[in-house]
Design a protein around this ligand. Structure first.
Ligand code: AMP
Length: 494
C-alpha cells in the first residue's frame, strides 16, 4: 500500500500530515499528488469528503517551499466558490503548512479591504479567494496575477451554478499561460468540460468516485406527503420535520436542514426556534460574522440544527453530522448528492431524509435517475389533523382565540415582527380554515355538538365518511364545506 512517504512530499509536510493523524493517502490524493508534483495539470473529479483539499494543498506547499513571494504578486492562487469554502481551504493550508514559512492571504467578501491589502502588499505565497473579491482587488490595482505559478479551481461545478464561470475565465486570462492548473469539480457538466479543454494543458484526469454516486454509509429515506391544501405544504413539512426530529430522538445528534430558498431557510429556522429547538440559519444574505459564528457553533457541537441554503453549505467539511434533511426537494439533481454527502463522512453512518410533495415529482424523478436508484420510502410520523376535526377545534376555540389573539398580537409584537413570513403563512392558513368552518353545513354542526369529547378526539387521525354526507365525486375525502351546502344554506349563512 502506498503511504504518504512514497509521495515525494516535503519532509515538513509529512510531519504536518502525521500530526493531523492521517496514515494513508485517500484515492484522490494518490491520484493527484504525483502528477501535481511533476508540474502537470490535474483534473480531479471528486466530491468533498474525499480529501481533495489536501490533494492540492500538499503538493502546492511542497512546490512553493523553494522561492519567495514578491510584493503584490502572489505565487499561487486558490479559487473557491463561497467564503466558507475559501476559509476552509485556508484552515487546511494552516494545518499542512505548519513548520514551513509560507505566507497566505484570504480574500473574501464581508471582510475589510484594508487588512487584505496590507497582506498582499507584503507579498504572499498562497492567495485563497472567492472570484468576486479577487476581481475587486485586481480592479483596484492592488494585485498582480502575473506571478501565479500554480492556480487551483475548487468546486468548479458550484462556480458554474453560481454564475462564476465568466469570472473564472477572466481570472485564467489574468494569470500567466505557463501556470500549472489543478482543477476540481464533483461533476463534469458540458460547460465545465469546455473550460477545462480551454485552460488545462494535457491534464492528468483522476476520477475517484462514480460521478453523482451517493455513499453507502448514508441511509436515504423519502417521506412523501400530500398537503392538506397546496398553500399549506410548507407548514405541513415543518410539522413533519419536528415529528421526525422527535421520533429519532438521541440518534439525531445534529442535522443540516436544506431549503431551496433563503426566505424558507429563515422561516424554518425561526419556526424550529419557536418550538424550542436550537436552530440557526445560514445563507448568503446574512453577514459574514454571523455566518462564521453559526458555522463554528455547529462544528463545535453547541448548535444542533443548521438550516441552510445550498450555496452556503455546499462542500463544507463538517464531521459528525448525523442527519441531513431536504426540507425541499432540490431542483438541481446534483444538489441532492451534495446535500446528503454532508452526512455519512469519515467512516460514520448518516441518515438523509427528503420531504416531498406531489408537486416535486419531476425533480424527484431527476434525482432518482441521477443516483440510479429509487429512494426508499419511509413513514411520516406526522398525521395531518382531519380537516373537519381542525374546523371543530377552531370553531370551539373561536371566541377565546379571537380575544386572546387580539391581546397577544399587541403583547407579542416583537416576536410576530421577527417571524413575518411564517406568521403570514400560518395566519393565512388559520383564516382559510376558519372560513371553511363558517361555511360548514348546519347539520354537521348539530351532529358534532351532540357527540362527546372522546369521539372528537379519536377522529383526529382520520376523517369519518359519515360526517360529510355523500362524497362529492372527484374530490375524494377533501370536500370543502361550502360545496356540500345547498345554495339556500349558503345564502342563509351570508
Ligand atoms: P475534503 O474532501 O478535502 O473536504 O476532506 C475531507 C476530510 O478528510 C477533512 O476533514 C480532512 O481533514 C480529512 N482527510 C483528508 N485527507 C485525509 C487522509 N489521508 N486520511 C484521513 N483523513 C483525511
Amino acid at each position: 500500500m502506498t503511504s504518504f512517504t512514497d509521495l515525494k512530499l516535503d519532509p515538513k509536510v509529512l510531519k504536518a500530515i502525521d500530526a493531523a493523524g492521517y496514515t494513508t493517502p485517500t484515492p484522490i490524493q494518490l491520484g493527484a499528488i504525483p502528477p501535481a508534483l511533476e508540474g502537470r495539470d490535474v483534473l480531479g473529479i471528486a466530491q468533498t469528503g474525499t480529501g481533495k483539499t489536501a490533494g492540492f494543498t500538499l503538493p502546492m506547499i511542497t512546490m512553493l517551499s523553494k522561492g519567495r513571494a514578491r510584493a503584490r504578486m502572489p505565487r499561487s492562487l486558490v479559487l473557491a466558490p463561497t467564503r466558507e469554502l475559501a476559509a476552509q481551504v485556508a484552515e487546511n493550508f494552516d494545518t499542512y503548512a505548519k513548520g514551513s514559512r509560507l505566507t497566505k492571504a484570504l480574500l473574501i467578501g464581508g471582510v475589510s479591504f484594508k487588512e487584505q491589502d496590507q497582506l498582499i502588499d507584503r507579498g504572499v505565497d498562497v492567495l485563497i479567494a472567492t472570484p468576486g473579491r479577487l476581481i475587486d482587488h485586481f480592479e483596484r490595482g492592488k494585485l498582480l496575477l502575473t506571478g501565479v505559478q500554480i492556480m487551483v479551481v475548487d468546486e468548479a461545478d458550484r462556480m458554474l451554478d453560481m454564475g462564476f464561470i465568466p469570472d473564472i475565465e477572466r481570472i485564467f486570462e489574468m494569470t500567466p499561460f505557463t501556470r500549472q492548473t489543478l482543477f476540481f469539480s464533483a461533476t463534469m457538466a458540458p460547460e465545465i468540460e469546455r473550460i477545462t479543454n480551454k485552460f488545462l494543458s494535457n491534464p492528468e484526469r483522476i476520477e475517484v468516485a462514480r460521478q453523482n454516486s451517493t455513499s453507502e454509509a448514508i441511509e436515504q429515506i423519502l417521506i412523501e406527503h400530500t398537503p392538506r391544501r397546496r398553500d399549506m405544504a410548507a407548514k405541513d413539512k415543518r410539522e413533519i420535520l419536528r415529528a421526525v426530529i422527535e421520533r429519532d430522538g438521541s440518534a439525531l445528534r445534529n442535522a443540516i436542514i436544506f431549503c431551496n430558498r433563503k426566505t424558507e431557510v429563515d422561516v424554518v429556522a425561526k419556526s424550529l426556534r419557536k418550538h424550542g429547538y436550537d436552530a440557526e440559519p445560514i445563507h448568503g444574505d446574512l453577514d459574514q460574522s454571523q455566518r462564521t459564528r453559526t458555522l463554528d457553533g455547529f462544528r463545535d457541537g453547541t448548535l444542533r440544527f443548521l438550516v441552510a441554503s445550498d450555496v452556503a453549505a455546499r462542500g463544507l467539511d463538517i464531521p459528525n453530522v448525523s442527519h441531513v434533511f431536504n426540507f425541499d426537494v432540490p431542483s438541481h439533481a446534483e444538489d441532492y448528492v451534495h446535500r446528503i454527502g454532508r452526512t455519512g463522512r469519515a467512516g460514520k453512518t448518516g441518515i438523509a431524509y427528503t420531504l416531498s410533495t406531489p408537486s416535486d415529482a419531476k425533480y424527484l424523478e431527476a434525482i432518482q435517475h441521477l443516483v440510479g436508484t429509487e429512494i426508499p420510502r419511509g413513514e411520516s410520523p406526522w398525521i395531518a389533523p382531519a380537516p373537519k376535526a381542525e374546523r371543530d377545534q377552531i370553531e370551539e376555540d373561536a371566541p377565546k382565540r379571537a380575544s386572546s389573539r387580539s391581546r397577544s398580537r399587541k403583547k407579542d409584537k416583537p416576536e410576530a415582527a421577527a417571524e413575518p413570513v411564517q406568521d403570514a403563512q400560518d395566519a393565512q392558513a388559520d383564516v382559510a380554515t376558519t372560513e371553511a368552518s363558517v361555511a360548514a353545513p348546519r347539520d354537521n354542526r348539530r351532529d358534532r355538538d351532540s357527540r362527546g369529547e372522546e369521539d372528537r378526539g379519536s377522529r383526529r387521525g382520520g376523517r369519518s365518511r359519515q360526517d360529510n354526507g355523500p362524497k362529492v365525486v372527484g374530490l375524494g375525502d377533501h370536500v370543502p364545506g361550502f360545496i356540500e351546502m345547498s345554495f339556500e344554506e349558503r345564502r342563509a349563512e351570508g
